[in-house]
Design a protein around this ligand. Structure first.
Ligand code: ZN
Length: 104
């Protein structure tokens, strides 16, 4: 799901596109979100953005951090490490950057 796993699998760091909502790396066509006209959206992933709209339009940055942390913990990352990673990554993505870090 997340950068960590991809990097472990491939053993290299890609210059990749990362979802600007959840931080997931997007490498294949199926990873990209979709615009209203069905074309791929390279800013957001398929889990976050479909048919031109966010799949969870009301999710807060804090909730996104919790969600992403949950994925990483499921992937086997220790909780503290997952929390640190999510808190350091999510607030810098385009979807959240405007909110600053005062909501953390
Ligand atoms: Zn995403």
């Amino acid at each position: 799901m997340l950068l960590v796993r991809i990097m472990e699998e491939t053993g290299e760091k890609h210059e990749d596109l990362v979802c600007q909502s959840c931080g997931m790396p997007m490498e294949q066509e199926g990873d990209f979100g979709t615009n209203a006209d069905g074309s791929p959206n390279k800013e957001f992933c398929i889990h976050c953005y479909q048919n031109g709209v966010f799949t969870e339009p009301d999710i807060s940055m804090r909730e996104m951090i919790e969600k992403v942390m949950g994925f990483m913990v499921n992937e086997g990352m220790p909780r503290e490490e997952a929390e640190k990673e999510a808190r350091e990554t999510i607030p810098h993505l385009n979807r959240w950057r405007k909110f600053g870090t005062e909501y953390l």
